[in-house]
Structure formats: C-alpha cells, structure tokens
Design a protein around this ligand. Structure first.
Ligand code: NAD
Length: 260
C-alpha cells in the first residue's frame, strides 16, 4: 500500500487530526493539500511539510461551507497538480448546549460545516476521480456517529449523517473506482476538545477533571486519549487500501470507549 505521488486534499489540515493526516500522507510520498479556513496556519503547516518533503504540500484557503470557495480551491489544486486521488473531509468544530438552549444559528453553523462541507467537497472532487477511474473519499466522523452524548445534538446529528453520505458515495462511486469510508475517533486532545472541557464542566455542573476522567475517558479501556497519530494511521489505511473490500465501512478508533 502506498500513496506515492497521490494528490490528497485534507480539509481542516492546519490543525489537529487533519494536520497529522497530511503529515502522515506526505511521509508516504503523497502530495498534500492543506485546505483550511485559517490560511496563515495552513501556509505554516504546508511550509513545515515542504521543509521535510520538498514540493509535497500546498495550502489552499477554503471555507468548506462556501460552494464558491470549495470549487475555487479544487480548481487551484487541479491547475497545480492535475488530479485528485484522495479527499479527507475533516474540517469541523464543536458547539455544546442543551437542546432547549441551542441557538438556531449555531445549529445551522454546525450542520453546514460538517454536512454541507462534506457534500460540497465531495461534489467538487468526485468528477476528477471519475475521470481517472479511481479515488478514495474519507469523512471524519466520530464515536458520535454511533453514540450520543448530552449537549451535542447538532454534532451527533451531523456525525450520524456522514455515515449515510459515505454509504451512498460507496454505492455511486463503485463503478468509477471510487471508495468511501468514515473514521470514528474517540476523544483526541486537539484545540477542538480543549475548548469543550470548561464548557462541559459549566453545562454539566462538574469539575474539568471530571469532564476529562469521567465524560471523555471513563469508558475507555486504558483511560487514554486517542491520538492524532492513531487517526492518521487509520486514514492511511483507508486511503491506500488497494481493493473495494472496505468501501462503505466506518472504523471506530477510541481506545475501547465504544465497541460494535
Ligand atoms: P481542530 O480544531 O484541531 O482542527 C479543525 C480545523 O478545521 C482547524 O484548522 C480549523 O481552522 C478548520 N476549520 C474549521 N471550520 C472550517 C471551515 N468552515 N472550513 C475549512 N476549515 C475549517 O479540530 P480536530 O479535533 O482536529 O477535528 C478535526 C475533525 O475531527 C472534526 O471533524 C472533528 O469533529 C473530528 N473529531 C474530533 C475528535 C476530537 O476528539 N478531537 C473526535 C472525533 C472527531
């Protein structure tokens, strides 16, 4: 299995999980596109990869909720590198509130980033994959694609939705050689999770230590966070897998928090 010379777009790759995936792909010879809302951080991430792997990374400014920006970003990649082999739809945020207090605009923002973003990037990339007769699309789900937690109505709804989208893409894409998968991480210590700890402590009326040890790690087998490198390995497996055997599947990586 190899990603040598494959063009891999990773959204939200300026930080956290997406950044680890981009670095993992580049280490295997992939050409990676850091597509992110935060262009300064995306440029810095691309520069860091290029320092270790010359000419293997480019940064693209992209708000995944904007059809115009997504299409412009994908055209920029095609102009530079001529093809798209792998899309990792990873950009995401977290907003927590009890449902009765969830502001409607924040609900819509959550669904837009996670679901519109997945749809728009898929729609823009997949014609290029169909032309080539191959491709891999990976959606960043969550244990919350399979399980629910209080305060996370929008996130759980969006992450469950990605399973459905991925299964449709697996069926539509098959005759064009395009595969589709969802990765479902447990809690990974990134800025997205760090932000939630005080918010959940406030909303649940418990200490931050309890949020970490009980809410986030209480059900794991080893009281350990899943790491960005754990998820990057799964993302490598799905992207580089050589047959259709895994298409349509989702894989939970959560240190035993959720098993199926
Ligand atoms: P992060 O905050 O470290 O990184 C998210 C990145 O997405 C940032 O670089 C941010 O600028 C970018 N982004 C945000 N909105 C965007 C937009 N509209 N368009 C383009 N880019 C945008 O977060 P992370 O923890 O690495 O999360 C990455 C993905 O993994 C998310 O989809 C998240 O839901 C999922 N996930 C995270 C965890 C976890 O515990 N950290 C667990 C399960 C799933």
């Amino acid at each position: 299995m190899t990603l040598l010379d494959k063009v891999c777009i990773v959204t939200g790759a300026a930080s956290g999980i997406g950044n680890a995936i981009a670095r993992r792909y580049a280490r295997d010879g992939g050409k990676v596109v850091i597509a992110d809302l935060n262009i300064d951080a995306a440029n810095a991430a691309a520069a860091e990869i290029n320092a270790a792997h010359p000419d293997q990374a480019m940064a693209v400014a992209m708000d995944v909720t904007s059809e115009e920006q997504v299409n412009a970003g994908i055209e920029k990649v095609i102009g530079a590198w001529g093809k798209i082999d792998v899309l990792v739809s990873n950009a995401g945020i977290q907003i927590v509130h009890p449902v009765e207090d969830f502001p409607f605009n924040e609900w819509k923002k959550m669904l837009a980033i996670h679901l519109d973003g997945a749809f728009l990037t898929t729609k823009a990339c997949i014609p290029h994959m169909y032309t080539a007769g191959s491709g891999s699309i990976i959606y960043m789900g969550s244990v919350h694609s399979k399980e629910a937690s209080p305060l996370k109505s929008a996130y759980v709804t969006a992450k469950h939705g990605l399973l459905g989208l991925s299964r449709v893409i697996a069926k539509e894409g098959a005759k064009h050689g395009v595969r589709s998968n969802v990765i479902c991480p447990g809690f990974v210590r990134t800025p997205l999770v760090d932000k939630q700890i005080p918010e959940q402590a406030r909303d649940l009326g418990i200490s931050e230590e309890e949020v970490v040890n009980r809410v986030m790690l209480g059900q794991t087998v080893d009281q350990e966070f899943t790491t960005v490198d754990d998820i990057a390995e799964v993302a490598f497996l799905f992207a580089a897998f050589e047959s259709n055997a895994l298409t349509g599947q989702s894989l939970i990586a959560s240190h035993g928090w959720f098993m199926e």
